[in-house]
Design a protein around this ligand. Sequence first.
Ligand SMILES: Cc1cc2nc3c(=O)[nH]c(=O)nc-3n(C[C@H](O)[C@H](O)[C@H](O)COP(=O)(O)OP(=O)(O)OC[C@H]3O[C@@H](n4cnc5c(N)ncnc54)[C@H](O)[C@@H]3O)c2cc1C
Ligand code: SF4
Length: 503
Amino acid sequence: MTSLRIILHDQLSDNISSLEGLDSSSDIILMPELLGWAAAVKHHKKKLVLLFSAMRHFANQLQDKKINVVYIKIEDNILSLKDAVLELKKQYEVDRIIITKPSEYSLWQDAQKLNEISELEIREDTRFLASTSFFINWAEGRKSLLMEYFYRSLRVKYDILMEGKKPVGGKWNYDASNRKPPKSGLEVPKPFSIEPDEITKNVIATVETKFPNHFGNIKGFHFAVTRSDALLALDNFINNRLVLFGDYQDAMVTGEAWMYHSHISFYLNCGLLLPLECINLAVDFYNKGSAPLNAVEGFVRQILGWREFVRGIYWFKMPQYKELNYFGANRNLPSFYWDGNTDMNCLSQCVNETYDNAYAHHIQRLMVLGNFALIAGINPQEVNDWFLVVYADAYEWVELPNVSGMILFADGGYLASKPYAAGGSYINKMSDYCRGCKYKVSEKNGGNACPFNYLYWDFLSRNRDKLIKNHRIGMMYKIFDRMDEKKKNAILHDSEKFLDSLF
Ligand SMILES: Cc1cc2nc3c(=O)[nH]c(=O)nc-3n(C[C@H](O)[C@H](O)[C@H](O)COP(=O)(O)OP(=O)(O)OC[C@H]3O[C@@H](n4cnc5c(N)ncnc54)[C@H](O)[C@@H]3O)c2cc1C
Ligand code: SF4
């Protein structure tokens, strides 16, 4: 019996469920670089290089183990999964197809169509720590979901940072000790970087020619494209940056795109790293006394908590989740999201770093790029489209809940208990961006005022009926209502003028 086992661009793990029970004497592995997938979204060029190069390295490693791999390159112009299988069937007899459930809804739909060709088995993606059924059991019947409780249930399930039934140190969450503003003179260690080998150089050339209009700077590609190098990147984080990860998790510094973050989402999301090994390495480091609990617990929570939580929500709520627009936000995305051409220094810095690196850290995505999209009332579809294009770690399963749920509150509070709306003072506290800005963060309205300041109130005013009863943000209306009419009118007038000037 010949099984055709398919491995997609983000399934590059030896322990992927589609390989379980592999019979290397008869089975065939199909690894397709799909043109339909690559061109449907104008992915950052560095993301395409990362994935195609990592796929090619992974295929070589399988072939070294004498496994029969049929590899379809992007130059072969095969559009869909079905086309790829039909192409392969011109040469091989296949009795059944085995695939691990694709991470994104549309590819999952494509995969289901393969049963028109042969007997089909779609297997659970066991690399995640919470299966979709575990999440559904936990979530069903709850009106709104709190990540914190979900995270605690996984801490117990996997016995991570636990002392018996209690969390290590007595608390589940050490965020109160995290998130310090950046000190001047911080010496941030350099991120992991590796020179492209011949395979990667070839992929860079192909992506340049085949996808010239995609977003992003392809120069300076330095990501790992093999598991062994991804493990070195993880090691680099654990040894050099984990200690200060918690302290500077929210800090943003001009010229320091990478800060103390781990930069492993690209590898986790395509399978070169596995979530539990990253968590265990950080916990071991804590157990050796090499990193403080606030840093390690914070890092563990991002992977065990947030990453699993957003994936659970995605599969629980798709496909409706994509259509949600609680505030009825309908403005177009301003062009500066693509070219960084704006006098707002924070936005310009974050867009330019995104363009160069296919990376921005969480607070840049949340409190600068996301916060602006929220308070300016940008249509969720346009914001989602942008976030899916620009990051090397972007896949709809993780991007959509973060954008529609976390930053835009488009789901009406299912994922987050309040919108992360903020004026300029938060950005000023956590970064040095305001010092280099044309606008004055201390001014609340008028031509020189920081646009975040008046847009924040304008956002609250526009959405009063939807937010006044929110227990975490509703009290802000008391402050707004106490402002004199002249000031309120100035805020609304400045907002209208500013927003009109953008489009
Ligand atoms: C608007 C917005 C869009 C986002 N889009 C994506 C995306 O497309 N892909 C993606 O992987 N992450 C996304 N995130 C989450 C987070 O910003 C990135 O995972 C993180 O910045 C990646 O950098 P890092 O590896 O240095 O993470 P670190 O800060 O070092 O965190 C460690 C790991 O925790 C996980 N993690 C942390 N926060 C989240 C989160 N909110 N959701 C899911 N996983 C998390 C990631 O796997 C990350 O690698 C988004 C966040 C926001 C606010
Ligand atoms: S003043 Fe406002 S627009 Fe300028 S960098 Fe600060 S927060 Fe951004």
